[in-house]
Ligand binder design. Structure first.
Ligand SMILES: NC(=O)C1=CN([C@@H]2O[C@H](COP(=O)(O)OP(=O)(O)OC[C@H]3O[C@@H](n4cnc5c(N)ncnc54)[C@H](O)[C@@H]3O)[C@@H](O)[C@H]2O)C=CC1
Length: 303
């Protein structure tokens, strides 16, 4: 299938992984878009880049009219949960209003839209969750992402929603850490860390999420898909695996409850996904957390 794929948020973690996955694909013409300058210009000079702030309806329409994609993967979002809680207007604009613009433009031009969503639309009482589970967000980020989902689901055009969980990975010029590097670097520095053992997630390797989004777009799949790993782990269990892999001092890791931390936004306790629909229908096959650690080690350890 020849496809013109437009990616929003191409400077972000998932956006970068999608570009890395698809930049040499013979059947794909990539159009990377992002707010601000292209962070991938030096790495992938042959990939077309168009600046796009998705909160502007005018820019969205202009870029889609000009680029005429057949598929669009919408990764751009305000993703920092506490920031969303504290700055609700900006969060709504970036997560909901922007999605509204994209839904309208994609429906108008019959572009297949893959929208990326989150486990944080759920209350976290009964994970792991299947696609049919009933959403009930416990924080503003979750509310905004649920509102965006509802806009996508009401679209007259072809749409899919990929929900994911606790994404970890490394990206170029990215400035944010992840659970694997945070634990490794803290323990290497001899720092004591407190890690929660009463929240459950199925952590997602960023490369797997990119693969899942691509499988959806490539197959013109429609509907909702849960894309993560299949291992339900607490951050404490993840930290122990990281320490084990790198041969670091486990006694520096203190097991705590989430109530130890005061954070602006509440976190759902038990999410994590059942991914059998994506495995069965799309052929999605995620890495284990142990494999993800090993991959990240290869990407980030100096020789
Ligand atoms: N990272 C995680 O643990 C999880 C992420 N998700 C979802 O996955 C998707 C991708 O997340 P990540 O790549 O990890 O996030 P990220 O924060 O690394 O990337 C998001 C990108 O969107 C860009 N962006 C924000 N507002 C924009 C605008 N108005 N116009 C253009 N670009 C804009 C940001 O600058 C950033 O580069 C998001 O929809 C997020 O809600 C869902 C669950 C967990």
């Amino acid at each position: 299938m020849a496809c013109r794929l437009l990616i929003t948020g191409s400077n972000g973690l998932l956006g970068q992984k999608l570009v890395a996955l698809l930049h040499q694909h013979s059947a794909v013409t990539l159009i990377a878009t992002s707010r601000g300058p292209n962070k991938l210009a030096a790495l992938y000079p042959h990939v077309r880049f168009v600046p796009l702030d998705v909160t502007s309806a005018e820019q969205v329409n202009q870029v889609l009219d000009q680029e005429r994609p057949t598929h669009l993967i919408h990764t751009a979002a305000m993703t920092q949960v506490d920031e969303c809680e504290l700055n609700r207007e900006a969060c709504w604009l970036q997560n909901v209003t922007a999605t509204q613009h994209l839904v309208a433009a994609c429906a108008r031009l019959a572009v297949h839209l893959t929208h990326v969503s989150t486990d944080f639309i759920f209350s976290g009482e009964e994970g792991p969750l299947a696609e049919e589970a009933v959403p009930a967000p416990v924080n503003f980020y979750g509310e905004s992402k649920l509102a965006a989902e509802l806009l996508v689901r009401a679209s007259r055009g072809p749409w899919a929603i990929v929900r994911t969980v606790l994404v970890y990975g490394t990206a170029h010029n990215y400035g944010r850490t992840n659970i694997v590097q945070w634990v490794r670097d803290s323990l290497r520095a001899g720092q004591h860390i407190e890690v929660v053992d009463d929240q459950f997630r199925t952590p997602t390797l960023a490369e797997d999420l990119a693969q899942g989004c691509w499988l959806v777009a490539q197959q013109n799949a429609t509907g909702i898909y849960h894309i993560s790993s299949s291992e339900l782990l607490t951050p404490y269990q993840m930290a122990r695996q990281v320490a084990d892999y790198f041969g670091l001092d486990q006694t520096l890791i203190e097991r705590v409850d989430a109530s130890t931390f005061t954070q602006p936004a509440r976190r759902p306790a038990r999410t994590g996904f059942i991914i059998s629909k994506a495995q069965r229908e799309l052929g999605y096959q995620p890495h284990s957390f142990a494999e993800g650690i090993a991959l990240l080690a290869r990407q980030t350890e100096s020789a």
